[in-house]
Design a protein around this ligand. Structure first.
Ligand code: PMP
Length: 450
């Protein structure tokens, strides 16, 4: 490693950090992370903290998962790369597809299309859903519906269905034909409805209204996260996603579950769709599929959709889509080892238990600190604290508050993530109750400081 002074002096000189204003990283140099083990990360000054961010919702098994490291090393020796475009395949992508087929069978998903990350997975599902309708003789189905506050990555398709202006405005014009309905978010919604069940019905009605307004025959797909993540961890009422599924079926609209965060146990269930008892047409995955050790993703495809593609011999089903790194053998090897460890450790069960512990702790913090307007969780290890200036009006907190809480919590032993007025927690699914206690104690100190 280059010496410390060199790294600190050049921290933001020659690189731009994603999702950050360049002027900001020049003024506030990002922490330089130099190592990690277990569920802890270590910075250049030797300060070690519990990583309550879990990388970026993706290091589900922690930083010391030896079977995944070994699988990557072995695959680099055996076959470091070969494409799986027309005419070639490799052992790891075949084996992985069979494993994924088993894993996603309860969701009705039996085929895999490989990608190199979450945004690629979303783009793939959006594109294949249009193609599906063209094969079926409904070429007019080209529009997409999604939820306000949803997050679907950064490609133009994903950004177009994203429901947060922060990721859209600077890049407009986006794809035409993308329309958004209100998210079932009890704390803030246009209906002023705080009851989650009633709100779910209102949002479903908004979906029906939008479909009638656009014309069902113009809509290709509806995309949603089973629990909204980057938008501030918003778990919908249990009736919502099944209601969406029903409305989609009735109108011939495909349902895309964006499970880039929720797949592989984070919610306490193996997938977010299974949590709600829904069978999507496409499920987008990435992140924890390789425990974050290799950029990789997969779109899982339902049997019914697969049949339409596989039975067509007119040429319409030729897939004119794919990435150089679709089916990267090293990624596939990493995913195989990750999936085996994920199942062996039953990480979904620990996610549920530790998630409940953290949620209880966050509720206690809310009772203690008036700057906390809302705490959200209840489904595994994705939780959020929303800060406010005033609880009654739910006004925005002072601009400096979230950053200060994060800084003090970091000094006190936990890395947490700030996103707008929210602090988001998404630790590895293998944290212990002691790790969860460290996170809560660090947040307590953070809030005491503001
Ligand atoms: N969809 C969802 C639900 C996500 O949370 C993310 C990333 N946070 C993406 C898509 C995009 O994934 P990536 O950053 O790997 O492209």
């Amino acid at each position: 490693m280059k010496d410390e002074n060199f790294l600190k002096a050049n921290n933001a000189r020659s690189l731009w950090h994603p999702m950050t204003a360049p002027s900001d990283s020049l003024k506030n140099p990002p922490a330089i992370i130099t190592g990690a083990s277990g569920v802890k990360i270590r910075d250049i000054d030797g300060h070690e903290v519990v990583d309550a961010v879990g990388g970026l919702w993706n290091v589900n098994l922690g930083y010391s998962c030896q079977p995944v490291k070994d699988a990557i090393a072995a695959q680099l020796d055996a076959l470091p790369y070969y494409s799986i475009f027309r005419g070639t395949s490799n052992d790891k992508v075949i084996e992985l597809a069979e494993e994924l087929r088993d894993f996603f069978a309860p969701d009705g998903l039996t085929r895999a299309f490989y990608t190199s990350g979450g945004s690629d997975s979303v783009e793939t599902a959006l594109r294949l859903s249009r193609q599906y309708h063209k094969i079926k003789g409904e070429p007019g189905r080209i529009k997409y519906l999604s939820l306000k506050r949803g997050y679907h990555g950064t490609h133009f398709g994903g950004a177009s269905v994203n429901g947060n202006a922060n990721f859209r405005t600077a890049y407009e014009p986006l794809l035409p034909g993308c329309h958004h309905i209100p998210a079932p978010f009890p704390y803030r919604n246009p209906f002023n409805e705080a009851d989650p069940a009633k709100l779910a019905q209102l949002c479903l009605q908004a979906l029906e209204d939008e479909i009638a307004f656009q014309g069902a025959g113009t809509i290709a797909a509806f995309i949603m996260e089973p629990i909204l993540g980057a938008g501030g961890v918003i778990p919908p009422h249990e009736s919502f996603m099944p209601g969406v599924e029903k409305i989609c079926r009735k109108n011939g609209i495909l349902l895309i579950a964006d499970e880039v965060i929720t797949a592989f146990g984070r919610t306490g269930a193996w997938t977010g769709s299974r949590l709600w008892g829904v069978k999507p047409d496409f499920t987008c995955t990435a992140k924890a599929i390789t425990n974050a050790y290799f950029p990789f993703g997969a779109v899982m495809i339902s049997e019914a959709v697969a049949e339409v593609f596989e039975k067509d011999e007119t040429g319409k089903a030729a897939i004119g889509h794919g990435y150089t790194y679709s089916g990267h053998p090293v990624g596939a090897a990493a995913a195989l080892a990750t999936l085996a460890e994920t199942k062996r450790l039953k990480v979904n069960e620990n996610a549920a238990a530790r998630g409940a512990q953290l949620f209880d702790g966050l509720k206690a913090l809310k009772d203690k600190y008036s700057v906390i307007g809302d705490v959200r969780g209840g489904h595994g290890l994705m939780l959020a604290i929303e800060m406010v200036g005033d609880r009654a009006t739910k006004s925005a907190p002072d601009k400096a508050v979230p950053g200060k809480v994060q800084k003090v919590a970091y000094e006190a032993g936990a890395m947490v993530r700030v996103s707008g007025p929210n602090i988001i927690l998404s630790p590895p699914l293998v944290i212990t109750d002691a790790d969860a206690a460290v996170i809560l104690a660090a947040l307590d100190k953070g809030f005491a400081a503001v």
